[in-house]
Design a protein around this ligand. Structure first.
Ligand code: SAH
Length: 238
């Protein structure tokens, strides 16, 4: 089964051991089984799930510098069925992972998944990023924040950067031509204390579709007024 994935991971310089391979196989089975009852993914062919969800999630690991990668605290904002956070946790078992998702049916799946995969050090929070980011135990506490398919960069700046500690970074998964999106995000990034330090293209031979990781360094604290109330960041982007 997970052949495509193993080959792609090799291309990223990531090592997938036997335990991890088994965990990813089980993840695939559980995702497809739960997907009949809970709307978790539109992608249902196993080989597509491997590429579009698992491998795409793993590309994020390459954008986390070595010294941080092993044991960092990482938060995934709007994780859905666990992407990219859970595949990252499988491949980097020592990270301390926090998953944020507002839809309770999805976090029910995540609780089940973490149990059957026997993952340790995973915290699942059912709630809105806008609300959770005001909690002192979460605000500016994470080395790395990641997010995929949740919003435009200017919206993500407000939803994600408040969780990053000073000197930490956000790694945001994007697809296609993002030059306009980057320009539009500049004011929001500046307000939230972020600075784009790297645009890291995913090699087409690993995964097609002009994928790029936007790496944002947290260079100044996020002002207390952000994020605004739930729904406002997406409705009236900065
Ligand atoms: N990251 C996953 C899911 C993307 S769909 C993936 O790439 O497959 C976007 C998810 O983010 C949805 O599950 C939605 O419920 C969640 N979401 C969107 N805005 C959110 C917010 N403000 N706080 C928490 N979760 C949010």
């Amino acid at each position: 089964m997970v052949q495509h994935l193993l080959k792609g991971a090799g291309g990223l310089g990531l090592d997938v051991g036997a335990v991890q391979e088994r965990q990813l196989r089980r993840y695939l089975d559980e995702l497809l089984a739960w997907n009949r009852r809970v709307n978790l993914t539109a992608v249902t062919r196993p080989e597509d799930v491997e590429r579009v969800h698992f491998l795409d999630s793993l590309t994020v690991a390459a954008a986390i510098p070595e010294p941080l990668r092993a044991g960092c605290s990482l938060i995934d904002v709007g994780t859905g069925a666990g992407f990219p956070g859970v595949p990252l946790k499988v491949i980097l078992p020592d990270i301390d992972l926090t998953l944020v998702e507002s839809v309770a049916k999805k976090t029910a799946f995540l609780h089940h998944l973490v149990e059957v995969l026997d993952l340790k050090g995973v915290h699942i929070l059912t709630g809105r990023a806008e609300t959770l980011a005001t909690d002192p135990s979460l605000r500016e506490r994470f080395d790395v924040a990641v997010s995929r398919a949740v919003g435009s960069l200017r919206v993500l700046a407000e939803l994600v950067l408040p969780f990053c500690r000073l000197g930490g970074r956000a790694v945001l998964s994007k697809k296609g031509d993002i030059s306009q999106e980057l320009v539009e995000a500049a004011p929001a990034l500046e307000k939230l204390g972020g600075e784009v330090i790297e645009l890291r293209p995913v090699p087409e031979e690993v995964l097609e579709g002009q994928r790029v990781l936007v790496v944002v360094q947290k260079v100044a604290p996020s002002p207390a007024e952000y994020p605004r109330r739930p729904g406002i960041p997406a409705k009236r982007p900065l």
